[in-house]
Design a protein around this ligand. Structure first.
Ligand code: GTP
Ligand code: MG
Length: 555
């Protein structure tokens, strides 16, 4: 196990060793009991990818962490691997990374914060058992975090909070903790407490035992931060830290002891209480305390429901579901990867399973362990693990894979698009590549394809307009197909329903349309009405009372 020492050896400083994973090794009652599967979520730019990178550094999975901001030496993060992500320094697509730490197999999913990519983030939340919510200490709880948090609450997922960027001037930590409680409506319990902020940030105090972790900066945060640990009452502390900072932190912690929620693991696991950790991801401050604290508390993989039956991880029948599809992760091979969350049983390479949507058996031969875009063959995996299946099988998002075809998971919500655009190839010379690219990228499920009644271009729908930009970029860079994308005025979509069944058929079911409306067919041949605004939709309803209008179709 790697040990981390302080490089400074001042005689008055008692230096303690902090081994990786400083909690007792987990008991292995079942292979899935040592799996932990989590997502990192937040408002854009709070530091999710940076934190992911630092977790990998502490897990020993990478030697030198790339920093999103360190443009000078051009090291890139492992997690943001897509060309466009590297250029813009933002995450566009969620990434799966796996590493071992302190006896655990950790499956970590880094998600994009931007709301235009939220469909991807929501799907990832179906595949995890806990989340770490990152909050920028200078900004507090931001809009996107609030929305994502509500989804986690609905799913009852345990939520851990990391208050990041302590190396910058921050809001008062008491205010930040208050805001989590008031804005998010969840009780909080700080596990550690910061000593100063910005240039005066000196370390973190463990509330449990009053131990102070003094930090030092490492170059660009590329290496694990050396840590010196000492008791807060140790006279040596005041030789290293200004007395006023210590007094303030002690006062604040006394206030928390009196007025704050007591620690209660049961409430954490129910998602009612969030343990709060402070730190600075870019500088590796507090990363190990967060990782150790998370692993000491995070739940084992949970089962998922098939109809009314709960399928538990210990169930011997293998089962899992597809929660994400990504094309061209490796640009040299034009292939697709389907990401599976294993729910029960043991996964073995080459096993035969039922493929839910196709109702036939297939062999799972090309299974891979994931490390951003790097891959390694995986021979076996257990409940809680995320496995990538590479190839051209007709998997769709939400599909169940299982050895018992009575199991069927219904985890993945389908989001109706909120913005629309027409797309066409710029030149007939690249028409074939354009079609191939569209076919692959639409399967990822973040762009939906529609055919307008009488229209020639393909109509695309997405949750946010940035998705169109990403599609255009990827068609051009990954397939060499130049395209023209034109935004459309449609803002509302409804599926036409008759007697609870979607309306289908080769020809438009009516040509009698009010202004501001059009008809189109989705990829499965269901007719939809598109409206420029709610008023147009209301006129359509008056014209056509024979149909019910559905906001979304269940698969
Ligand atoms: N000063 C400071 N900057 C940080 C810290 N952590 C992250 N950053 C910076 O914040 C910016 C955003 O970091 P990312 O990790 O890309 O944020 P993200 O949450 O993954 O962003 P999206 O995926 O685009 O939503 C980068 O410039 C980071 O270097 C920190 O502890 N201190
Ligand atoms: Mg990111």
């Amino acid at each position: 196990m790697p040990l981390i020492f302080s490089r400074r050896r001042e005689p008055s400083l008692r230096v303690a060793r902090r081994p990786a994973g400083c909690f007792p090794p987990p008991a292995v009652s079942h292979p899935s009991s040592i799996r932990r599967t989590l997502a990192i979520i937040s408002h854009p730019d709070a530091g999710k990818t940076t934190l992911t990178e630092k977790f990998l550094l502490y897990g020993g999975a990478i030697d030198l962490a790339g920093s999103v901001t360190s443009r000078r030496d051009r090291r890139q993060t492992t997690s943001d691997w897509m060309e466009l992500e590297k250029q813009r320094g933002i995450s566009i697509s969620s990434t799966v990374l796996q590493f071992q730490y302190g006896g655990f197999h950790v499956n970590l999913l880094d998600t994009p914060g931007h709301e235009d990519f939220s469909e991807d983030t929501y799907r990832v939340l179906t595949a995890v058992d806990a989340v770490i919510m990152v909050v920028d200490a200078g900004k507090g709880v931001e809009a996107r975090t609030r929305k994502l948090f509500e989804i986690c609450r609905l799913r009852g997922i345990p939520i851990f909070t990391f208050i990041n960027k302590l190396d910058r001037p921050t809001r008062s930590p008491i205010d930040l903790v208050d805001e989590i409680e008031n804005v998010l409506g969840i009780a909080s319990h700080p596990m550690n407490w910061p000593l100063g902020d910005g240039p005066r940030f000196r370390g973190l105090i463990q509330r449990r035992d009053g131990q102070l972790n003094l930090f030092e900066k490492t170059k660009a945060g590329a290496y694990r931060a050396p840590v010196s640990v000492m008791g807060l009452t140790d006279p040596a502390v005041r030789e290293h830290v200004d007395g006023d900072l210590v007094d303030k932190a002690v006062e604040e912690m006394e206030l928390l002891d009196i007025a704050g929620a007591p620690f209660d693991l049961e409430r954490v696991l129910k998602g009612e209480l969030t343990p709060v950790f402070f730190g600075s991801a870019a500088n590796n401050f507090g990363i190990q305390l967060l990782l150790d604290g998370f692993l000491a508390m995070a739940p084992e993989p949970a089962g998922r429901k098939s109809g009314e039956t709960m399928i538990e991880p210990e169930d011997k029948r293998f089962s899992g579901f597809v929660f994400k599809i990504q094309a061209n992760m490796n640009p040299k091979h034009r292939d697709r990867m389907a990401f599976i969350r294993i729910v029960s049983g043991k996964f073995e390479r080459d096993m035969q399973v039922w493929h839910g949507s196709a109702a036939k058996q297939i062999r799972l031969s090309n299974s891979q362990k994931l490390f951003a875009q790097e891959r390694e063959i995986v021979d076996e995996a257990f409940a809680g693990d995320v496995v990538g299946l590479v190839g051209n099988q007709p998997f769709e998002i939400g599909d169940t894979l299982t050895v018992d075809n009575t199991i069927k998971f219904d985890e993945i919500p389908i989001f109706p698009p909120e913005c629309f655009a027409n797309i066409r190839g710029r030149s007939t010379a690249t028409a074939k590549r354009f079609r191939a690219g569209m076919d692959q990228l639409v399967r990822e499920g973040v762009i939906q394809l529609f055919e307008t009644a009488g229209g020639s271009a393909s109509l695309l729908g997405a949750v946010g307009p940035l998705q169109f930009e990403v599609l255009k970029y990827r068609l051009e860079s990954e397939y060499g197909a130049e395209v023209v994308v034109e935004q459309c005025p449609w803002q509302v979509i409804r599926w036409l329903m008759k007697n609870d069944e979607p309306v289908t058929g080769a020809f438009p079911p009516t040509d009698d349309l009010p202004g501001g409306c059009a008809l189109a067919k989705d990829a499965a041949g269901h007719w939809v009405v598109l409206a420029e605004a709610e008023w147009a939709l209301r006129s359509f309803k008056r014209y056509h009372e024979q149909w019910e209008l559905a906001e979304r179709l269940l698969k």
